[in-house]
Ligand binder design. Sequence first.
Ligand SMILES: [Mn+2]
Length: 439
Amino acid sequence: MLLSQISPFFKSRRENLTKSHPDAVFLIPSNPDYVRNNDVHFPFRQESGFFYLTGLEEAESFLVLAPRRSGAGGHRTILFVAPRDPDKEMWEGERYGVEGAIGIFGADEAYPISELDKKLPELLASGERVFYRIGQMGYDQRILAALESHRRSQGRSGRSLLSVEDPNAPIGELRLFKGAEEIEIMRKSCQISAKAHRAAMQETRPGMKEYEIEALVDFIFRKEGCQRLGYGSIVAGGKNATCLHYRANNDILKEGELLLIDAGGEYQYYSADITRTFPIGRKFTTAQAKAYDLVLRVQKEGIAMTRPGAKLPDIHKHVCEVMVDGLLSLGLLNGKAEEIIKKGEYRRFYPHNTSHWLGMDVHDAGLYIKNGEPRLLEPGMVFTIEPGFYVQPSDHQTPSEYQNIGIRIEDDILVTSKGCENFTQDAPKERSEIEALRG
Ligand SMILES: [Mn+2]
């Protein structure tokens, strides 16, 4: 079905990108249609940066933003797309075509994708430099050929030599700051995902397979309007949860063990990222409860630190310090806290980082370091806080009651002018609330 009108946000994002680079030509390919096997394709999902700038969900498309030659300032939007083709559309579904690229997606000019090579040299000639990500999507040979042809004519035309830079730096900088429309969408993807986690807490029973709960979570994402998953779900019972990227999801859930679920739906191209851990039986064991309470306490302290001007490395540092204090009082580590932190000995139980940006990509675009320094948090940034505690199966030093324990608690946090908003607070994490749902 054709959209009658595309949101004006895409146009203003293109303007935000080009206004700080008035002399640059941007070359942004769409995702291709990836083959799964023989003549079956993976479900199509647009490349995040391309979608962010166009709203167009078609493979074999290519966006060019080129400075206007007239000296009027600003950039032209040029879209190369698959042309309309009734025969192909009968099999594969409707396309927007060149007409839709202009009429619906607001391109100033549009051409069939087959004309890209022919048009590129002229488009390159309108800029002083080029933003193109080398090594992606199979366009390199064609772009390099166009650059070479531009270079050959440079001596005669007097045009500039073109340097090539990665567009993901300026696009990532824009994507890092979520606008009101993005915040609204992310709230929704997080609410849906929280609902799925709550349902998993209600429906899990000993003897079920991990994939049954994976399917339940999938079902709720889709039923509530998510188009797909934000990333492959981790549904890990017992010691499987100590493998940080466990994906098999095919084990039996055992009474007395914990279930860790790391799953988030993608709603209108924005992903949630939630982890919750709860008992497969009715209650946490004493050791599980002690470890859980520690992870929950450090997670809450991390959230409490979130406000404009804070830094992610400081949050991580504090999380590690509180974690070490807790591990010492549980008797799981011995020695001086300072030494343990200096030597990184806590990494035996907590080997990963506390946060990452979240948005269209679950590990979202945007640099963590700016001008050589960890950047300050600012309103509109969204990131995760996800401390964990894991006892590796190879760890025989740790007392037996802590064996097979993997715990992670992860929320999605928006920085606001006053502090923060937890998008995923509807996913239960208080031990009493979880045990009430399990009972
Ligand atoms: Mn995460």
